[in-house]
Ligand binder design. Sequence first.
Ligand code: MIC
Ligand code: SF4
Length: 643
Amino acid sequence: MGKNVAQKLIDSHLVSGEAAQGKEVNVRIDQTITQDATGTMAYLQFEAMGVPRVRTKLSVSYVDHNTLQYGGFENADDHRFLQTLASKYGIYFSRPGNGICHQVHLERFGVPGQTLLGSDSHTPTSGGVGMLAIGAGGLDVAVAMGGGAFSLTYPKVVLVNLKGKLKPWVSAKDVILELLRRMTVKGGVGKVIEYGGPGVASLLVPERATITNMGAELGATTSVFPSDEVTKEFLKAQGRAKDWIELVADADAKYDERIDIDLAKLEPMIARPHMPDSVCKVSEIEGMKVDQVCVGSCTNSSYRDLMVVSDVFKKGKHKVHPEVSMTISPGSKQVLDMLSLNKGLSHLIEAGARILEATCGPCIGNGQSPPSAGVSLRTFNRNFEGRSGTKDGKVYLCSPEAAAAAAIYGVVTDPRKLGKYPRIAQPKRFLVDDSMVVPPAKDPSKVQIVRGPNIQPLPKAAPLGASLKGKVLIKLGDNITTDHITPAGTWLKYRSNVPKYSESVFSQIDAKFHEKAKAAGGGFVIGGENYGQGSSREHAALCPMYLGIKAIIAKSFARIHKDNLVNFGILPLTFENPADYDAIADGDALEMPGIQDALKSNGTVVLKDITNGKEFKLKHGYSPRQVDTILAGGTLNYTTMKA
Ligand code: MIC
Ligand code: SF4
């Protein structure tokens, strides 16, 4: 039987396990990426494994998240640690200023047919060049750097069948927003989203990457495009023609689901606060006053995207509205350099746009927090409440085209009113200069790893006891994001300091949570659907573990977060009957007697609510490997015990 692209990628990297949907399989990882905000922990974990050099084909350590370095030494120290460590262990180091990891990786390193594991949830961006690119916690990436396989549940594969061509002023962002509207933020869980059909050929690689990037917001394992002539042209223009292979689905390939999208029928779309799936047409909210417009992020910061925006403002045609603050964060040094050489940058500066670094910046709440109750239109991928740094800020997600229109008129405006559409052709040759990527040392023995005081040792969990007992420390609703659990923004600089960062846990909901948890000697968290959606940050498991959280009992979990909880010895458990969620109250005393036996025998976990005298059944669905990991108190204990 023929195979689809996702199956070809997984099956060609299979190390062990049965290639059957729903079964756990282990795949070989060719490349890894980390970024600074998750990288320090990942490398501390890698060091703890005692492997002398990375065993991947390529590993890159990017610095793109924590670059503001305000109020102290922490970020700068972390960067020095990352650079010296990379040099010693055989890792390429992309210096701050070289760009956002996903954009740079797509441009300079992504190889069709290979696997990529990244400690960032938007790693699937490289699915735009036909890679199996998956986001994971830092510990999983550390294991992959050491040559270990990555475990995943063999996914369902959804075909998104594209036909037709996008109309002027409608772009790739509108495709993924439309999918989010149809599938919701949990619609992709356990699935790979594969794009196919005659419409694929009309999309350039950076447009494909916008779509695969934001597949993370569907909760999908990853998203992938075939590697075709368009991919070949892109790699050729990046001076990497030799990296190309053709990778397309067989004619008789089967899919588990199929979604049809006629590109020609799409309109400009926008996601309203505070979820990426709260999508409507731009025309439905036209006229709403806008305070801020931010263009950039790993979703929409390519040469093509910024050139469209720049062209709108070309030769003083328009200015940024006096009541709008507009920022531009280029995706990479390559993009910024090319824009400055062809005057695209001047048009933006002349128009009144504020030019920021080629980093994540406002996307992760690093600067540009909107004014109180302000409306911010962003070309980014996440608009979770408070992520921008302003609790009552209202963040909308849209295309670069819609962002430009709003920046001009000061109100939400359908970009189709802007006149002639600037179609931006792919350059024959991108400007290639990899001088900001530092290769590893030839002689690692000469490299001294530099550690600042911000880098605190990794905390470890104790092995699981015979039973678990404690109080419900907090009861939460649906779609709790990792930004709710361990916020970024001003807390970002403590990513290497778990004791300090743990003070941020649930701080947006209950500022005293960490004190409460410590005083109680730990306890339980109750969640709704899709608990832990969003980022891959393992701190959202590591910090609760440090505070003594023993289990999270929820209606359902997001994939990466569930794996991270297991990695750090916290039990993610789901209600057998979701209605039982209502019967448990904040502060209830809970007990799981015989938890070890229940896990070992793969039986139902019994949860006793001592406060109300009720009893509930919980499911875990762990693989045998995950059971052993939990019993050991997390992956680090588990691997040390096995060695
Ligand atoms: C994000 O977009 O939330 C981040 C910041 O890139 C995270 C990683 C992190 O928290 O460091 C992600 O997407 O995984
Ligand atoms: Fe950076 Fe934002 Fe992309 Fe995360 S989503 S990698 S913070 S640009």
